[in-house]
Design a protein around this ligand. Structure first.
Ligand code: GUN
Ligand code: FE
Length: 461
């Protein structure tokens, strides 16, 4: 380890940490030493059992750029890959109706307000701060149809230190969208999309943690064939991220099949919208053939379990899809999902999987009630929120690993207003992670670091 060059390792931290290098597997490193370059990349991890651990500790622990997190615990920064930023004002509201009614009567009127840039700035600043306080260091957002407000969201992510992926929503079909909230024409929708791609790329030049444009057809029902085709061409021209909704609900899935005689996945693929940078929300009704298309294109599905409980009409069979090789990440889907916390979505991933596994209709006998082998563990759900997100983005994110970007949250289990119980003898390391995932709140997240830099610190941390 003589090759470690202090000049290129601008920060050194000592901490205990959890991460999930493989689906279902957890690694715990106790009091590891992590070297971080001035670009925020992990250049070296020294484990407690490494022979020169003590020597390195002696050598660096008195440096001014040495940070000792002592008995706090580091988790990778969470990666939330499906959020509707403009829907934050109605989080928790209007969840009793079905998707199409909810869109037309609550969501579109709210989203239309973002032509007012001041309103956008106020809401988006509050949302990005809230997500960071919940440990979310990378976030993929739907904006609205408005370029100005969407660029403002990108700037807010850039300034507050979050790694943001932002898209101007395209919804150009005059028959499917209300006059008060849709693109004026297909041509304008495409021109505005190309413009914001360039504006966000320009902005990103000065943003260390990155800010990225995302091509964003709202979903197939809201777009004309021409718009879908042109957006696919833009995706190719700029090699940029793509987000949409895919096979979310019975209504959406069946509507697309009736319009094209093809499944949602096939239609998205036909228009060039499934690439290795595509992240499609929900995917509740994708079948094994669809998964083959996703895998062939290296596209990902973003699981939104809370939102799905309201609008999806089904539970995503995470285990079955993972076995078929699909990459799955996690999203809050604000405000189809009411919570800005991926902790809540990790828990809900586990709980809905248990209902899928056991079934819910007590009139059926136990053998015929559920869909067996559907249980998702809390560690598997943690993988979706971290490593799975990095894989979906095709970025070195979500793990504490050499060459990876250094994003993390610092958990204090002894915080006064939410002290996690610690009374059992001889607890395994993994029990600590289970308690953190089930019981901690933003109260326990004392610091958040993005790209090797502390961007949030709370109270006495
Ligand atoms: N499908 C199209 N738009 C939306 C939206 O805003 N939320 C959800 N959950 N599904 C959608
Ligand atoms: Fe959504």
């Amino acid at each position: 380890l003589g090759e470690i060059n202090i000049m290129n390792n601008k920060k050194i931290i000592k901490a205990s940490l959890f991460h999930s290098p493989k689906y279902g597997e957890i690694e715990f490193l106790k009091q590891a030493i992590i070297f971080i370059t001035d670009n925020g990349i992990i250049s070296k991890i020294v484990k407690q059992e490494d022979e020169n651990y003590q020597q390195i500790l002696n050598q660096y622990s008195h440096e001014s750029n040495f940070f000792d997190f002592k008995d706090k615990v580091l988790l990778p920064g969470f990666i939330d890959l499906h959020i509707h930023a403009p829907q934050w004002p109605q989080a928790g509201l209007a969840l009793d109706d079905e998707l199409s009614y909810w869109l037309h009567n609550f969501t579109f009127p709210l989203e239309s307000k973002y032509k007012d840039i001041n309103y956008a700035r106020e809401v988006y600043t509050d949302l990005v701060k809230t997500l960071l306080a919940n440990g979310t260091t990378s976030a993929m957002y739907f904006g609205t149809i408005h370029n100005e407000a969407t660029l403002e969201l990108a700037k807010i992510c850039a300034n507050l230190g979050q790694r943001g992926f932002v898209g101007k929503v395209v919804m150009d079909d005059k028959n499917m969208n209300p006059d008060f909230y849709r693109d004026n024409s297909t041509k304008e929708a495409i021109e505005n999309t190309e413009k914001i791609i360039n504006d966000v790329y320009n902005l990103s030049k000065d943003v260390p943690q990155g800010v990225y444009p995302v091509i964003t057809p709202r979903f197939v029902p809201s777009c004309t064939d021409d718009a879908l085709l042109e957006l696919g061409k833009l995706a190719k021209k700029y090699d940029c991220y793509i987000q949409s909704h895919c096979s979310e609900s019975d209504w959406e899935h069946n509507f697309v099949f009736e319009r094209f005689g093809k499944r949602d996945t096939e239609v998205l693929d036909h228009f060039g919208l499934l690439t290795d940078k595509s992240i499609m929300a929900h995917g509740n009704f994708v079948n094994s053939d669809d998964v083959k298309i996703f895998n062939h294109r290296k596209s990902s599905v973003c699981h939104c379990p809370i939102s799905n409980s309201y609008f999806a009409n089904a539970v995503l069979p995470v285990n079955k899809l993972k076995k078929e090789g699909l990459n799955i990440c996690l999203g809050t889907d604000i405000s189809g999902g009411f919570s800005p916390s991926l902790y809540d979505n990790i828990k809900h991933t586990v709980m809905v999987s248990r209902m899928l596994n056991d079934g819910v209709d007590n009139k059926l006998d136990a053998n015929n009630r559920g869909t067996h082998d559907s249980k998702v563990s809390v560690f598997e759900a943690f993988y979706l929120a971290t490593t799975g997100g990095g894989e979906a983005l095709k970025l070195p994110l979500g793990l504490f690993k050499e060459g990876y970007i250094c994003d993390f949250q610092v958990i204090d289990i002894n915080t006064p207003n939410n002290k996690l119980p610690n009374y059992l003898d001889n607890e395994e390391d993994k029990h600590l992670l289970q308690k953190i995932l089930y019981l901690s709140t933003s109260e326990n997240i004392r610091e958040v670091w993005v790209q090797g830099k502390q961007i949030l610190k709370i109270g006495r941390a």
